[in-house]
Design a protein around this ligand. Structure first.
Ligand code: ZN
Length: 268
């Protein structure tokens, strides 16, 4: 009797697994302290700029995070459950649910810690000051900073056309915008060193103005008297692309050098 029930339960479980596979849907754990990520950064660096994953799907996995859009058409900023698109030049639009992303990472933001930052003189200084509040460098962290910024230097990328060039080439044409004395929000992720190839080890910041009209990928910033709200994240869910250009890619090389050129400040 017990055996029959076990077999039946096993059958139901297998049916559920097969059904999930057939539907092709990815289900992240219900735990809210999970960084959900679509695709890997090395694929983006190699020029896989068109994903199949939609903004509507992404919003089911988090309300806070960052990424980019198909054809690397601007920078993605996810804050308070809204997905924004900072176009080249810094103008921000609300992304439609049908828009697609080749790379994005989101989580459900809940502040576990608050850290006073005092005077912040640049991006490296910001990293050091947030680091001082962290219990370890081996978890993921989402960081939110709201307030008035003395200076934020951002960049966005113009939409690319096929055949796509590698991202390190494309960012040479990035559009840099300098914001001064502007209210806004910094949306940050801090990843541990072992994500190399998949995400960006260390800090990655995007900015959006308080009126949600301007923003981009942060190259530099200065501010004083703000606090960092920090969310500790101990889960990582990675959804990989199912398309041909990703399947054919040779990801065996180390792209750390290219990543530095793409994410860093070209003026430095
Ligand atoms: Zn970015």
């Amino acid at each position: 009797m017990i055996r029959v029930r076990l077999v039946r339960l096993l059958g139901m479980f297998l049916a559920a697994v097969v059904l999930a596979g057939l539907c092709g849907f990815a289900k992240a754990p219900a735990d809210r302290d999970v960084l959900f990520q679509s695709s890997v950064l090395d694929a983006l660096l190699a020029g896989v700029y068109d994903g199949e994953f939609t903004v509507g799907e992404l919003k089911k996995h988090g309300d806070f995070g960052l990424g980019t859009f198909n054809a690397v058409d601007g920078e993605m900023i996810v804050v308070d459950g809204v997905v924004y698109q900072a176009k080249a030049g810094g103008k921000v639009l609300v992304a439609e649910d049908a828009a697609k992303t080749p790379w994005a990472a989101v989580t459900w933001f809940e502040a576990d810690r608050i850290q006073k930052l005092g005077e912040v003189s640049g991006l490296a200084d910001l990293g050091a000051k947030v680091d001082a509040a962290l219990p370890t460098r081996n978890l993921f962290f989402a960081i939110r900073i709201d307030g008035r910024f003395k200076m934020v230097k951002t960049r966005s990328i113009r939409p690319q056309k096929r055949p796509y060039r590698p991202l390190a080439e494309v960012v040479k044409d990035q559009v840099v915008v300098l914001f001064e004395d502007l209210d806004g929000t910094l949306v940050g992720l801090r990843c541990p060193p072992f994500v190399k190839g998949s995400n960006l080890p260390g800090y990655h910041w995007h900015f959006i103005s308080a009126d949600r009209k301007q923003g981009g990928h942060v190259l530099d910033c200065r501010f004083t008297g703000l606090v960092a709200k920090i969310d500790l994240i101990d889960g990582y869910f990675l959804l990989l692309p199912g398309q041909e250009d990703y399947f054919r890619l040779d990801l065996s090389g180390d792209k750390a050098g290219e990543l530095g050129r793409v994410e860093g400040n070209p003026a430095k």
